[in-house]
Write a protein that binds this ligand. Structure first.
Ligand SMILES: CC(C)(COP(=O)(O)OP(=O)(O)OC[C@H]1O[C@@H](n2cnc3c(N)ncnc32)[C@H](O)[C@@H]1OP(=O)(O)O)[C@@H](O)C(=O)NCCC(=O)NCCS
Length: 188
């Protein structure tokens, strides 16, 4: 599958931005995560992922390693309502999405899309050519979001990896090829 140019991400990003502004609550601000967000990030991660939330010490170290690709949605009151985290390989032009979430009360307003498009644009700007992620095959919301962005299952076996995170924790691996040589380059 051909990668969708970031220009198209941004077209849809604008469309989603319009939809968000029509909601009752003010649009949260998308910004880079800060060290001072870590306790709030932990709360958010536990709220959404519960038993699968990152331990606090790991979240701290992920922030230290990958803060350029760690973005949050700040609702303006000090409360975070979403984040995306991407990790990059030290010795190769590829990266992984390690976390994406939006709080339940803010879903279906284009915010997951907005987080993903922004981090993909930044990854492409920073020379990353392939982005992978894992998703629980039954997580339809996430699968449809990723497919819409151009991710496709990584072969073999349609990306399905039984027991990927341990017994019974099956995942699908998806990938997106970011073509850094597209005419016009990535928007900054
Ligand atoms: C997955 C998640 C981040 C999506 O966030 P969101 O802000 O609700 O998503 P968006 O509003 O940006 O939706 C973008 C597209 O994703 C798909 N989508 C999102 N939620 C969906 C749902 N509940 N059902 C069907 N499709 C859905 C749609 O294609 C949607 O486009 P559309 O609105 O034009 O149909 C959010 O549901 C979430 O945080 N889930 C819990 C954590 C999680 O599963 N994270 C991913 C781990 S791999």
């Amino acid at each position: 599958m051909t990668a969708e140019p970031p220009e198209r991400f941004m077209d849809r990003h604008d469309r989603f931005t319009g939809r968000v502004s029509r909601s009752d609550s003010p649009s949260p601000v998308l910004r880079a995560a800060r060290a001072s967000d870590l306790s709030e990030l932990r709360r958010l991660d536990e709220e959404v992922f519960q038993d699968f939330a990152y331990p606090g010490f790991l979240l701290r170290q992920l922030f230290d390693m990958y803060e350029e690709h760690f973005l949050v949605l700040d609702d303006g009151t000090g409360r975070l309502c979403g984040y995306v985290l991407a990790a990059t390989r030290a010795l190769g032009p590829d990266g992984w999405i390690l976390g994406l979430c939006v709080t339940e009360d803010r879903r279906r307003r284009g915010l997951g899309w907005k987080l993903m498009t922004e981090v993909l644009v930044r990854l492409r700007r920073d020379g990353i050519r392939v982005v992978r992620l894992t998703v629980e095959p039954a997580n339809l919301a996430a699968v449809l979001l990723y497919r819409g962005l151009g991710f496709h299952p990584e072969e073999p076996d349609d990306g399905l990896r039984p027991d990927y995170f341990g017994p019974g924790m099956h995942r699908q691996v998806m990938r997106l090829d970011l073509n850094v040589d597209l005419p016009g380059g990535a928007p900054s």
